[in-house]
Design a protein. Structure first.
Length: 311
């Protein structure tokens, strides 16, 4: 495997040779974000994957994101640097579990966060991402109860925002759950004039301290446009790479987590991807996302509902 600049050049050469596009999430390691053709949140990446005319999508994010790309654009080859790039939310929510909840609440609509696998999507009525969830929940028929899965923190936040009662799946993100309300309150007190911004996967007590709550792309826009010069950022630390580019003169302080020996909030799933693995997956076109067509069509339906409602 080449190293340094030669590795970057080799990836660019493979991209040309294979007519590939590199899509990356804001939580990816900096060097991957820098080489990507398109950087975005889950919704933006899904849209980009649907629209691309490249022959191969090298998806630098976690497995459920690459899988969504394949569901949306099945004729393209979708590869990802590391198949073990999972997600605690996706891993903790099965289609069987959702089906059981449906049996218990037969009149309910199942709204599921995009952070789930294809089988779970197929068992859902509609998919949401953190950037369109509020709009979608508002649009659901008022006479039907809502089951929201798998993120109970996002679900609780949405229920509060929209006033809709929700039956919540008991799942959470191991990264956002680690933020400490007490330590963040102290950070705010130590930095008078700063603002705290948080992803809605964070726990209720952390969200209550936030001046702004939003998806990764919404957090980036907020920091760029708001007059404040100092932000305490409660989301995965990979976002700081793009935030620093967009707001180079602002001070960005990572929010503290419970573990006092560690001031970082890394998603170790996202960080499984490296430039070396990106090179290898493009060169050997492996690991590749393969989905059986019947399942793909079932999973596509609630994703299309989402894209339709969040135009
Ligand atoms: P976004 O859709 O806001 O980018 O969130 C994805 C994610 O995995 C957050 O942990
Ligand atoms: Fe999943 Fe949390 Fe990692 Fe996002 S940050 S991919 S929700 S584990």
């Amino acid at each position: 495997i080449p190293t340094g600049d030669a590795l970057v050049q080799a990836i660019l050469d493979l991209k040309k040779e294979k007519n590939a596009v590199i899509l990356a999430h804001y939580y990816q390691p900096g060097p991957i974000q820098d080489i990507a053709d398109f950087l975005g949140d889950s919704l933006q990446l899904a849209r980009q994957a649907k629209e691309t005319d490249a022959d191969m999508i090298a998806f630098c994010g976690v497995h459920f994101m690459a899988e969504a790309a394949k569901i949306l654009n099945p004729t393209k080859k979708v590869v990802l640097p590391d198949t073990l790039a999972g997600c605690s939310l996706a891993d903790g929510c099965s289609a069987e579990g959702l089906n059981k909840m449906r049996e218990q609440h037969p009149n309910a609509l199942i709204a599921t966060y995009i952070n789930c696998n294809a089988e779970t999507k197929a068992a859902s009525d509609i998919i949401v991402t953190s950037s369109n969830a509020e709009q979608i929940i508002e649009a659901l028929p008022k006479d039907r109860p809502i089951i929201f899965a798998p993120d109970k923190n996002l679900g609780r936040y949405l229920s509060k925002k929209t006033g809709r009662d929700m039956i919540l799946w008991d799942g959470s993100c191991i990264v956002h759950e680690a933020f400490s309300m007490e330590r963040i309150a102290k950070q705010l007190a130590d930095h008078p004039g700063s603002k705290m911004i948080a992803h809605p996967e964070s726990e209720e007590a952390v969200l209550e301290l936030a001046h702004f709550i939003g998806s990764t792309s919404a957090l980036l826009n907020y920091v760029e446009k708001d007059d404040c010069q100092q932000f305490i950022v409660a989301t995965e630390e990979g976002i700081l790479h793009e935030m620093r580019k967009r707001a180079p003169h602002k001070e960005l302080i990572p929010a503290l987590v419970f573990d006092e020996s560690c001031n970082c909030s890394e998603c170790f799933y996202m960080k499984r991807n490296t430039l070396e693995k990106l090179y290898l997956c493009m060169k050997y076109e492996l690991p590749e996302i393969i989905i059986e067509e019947e399942l793909r069509l079932k999973a596509l339906k609630p994703i299309e509902e989402m894209l339709e409602l969040s135009k």
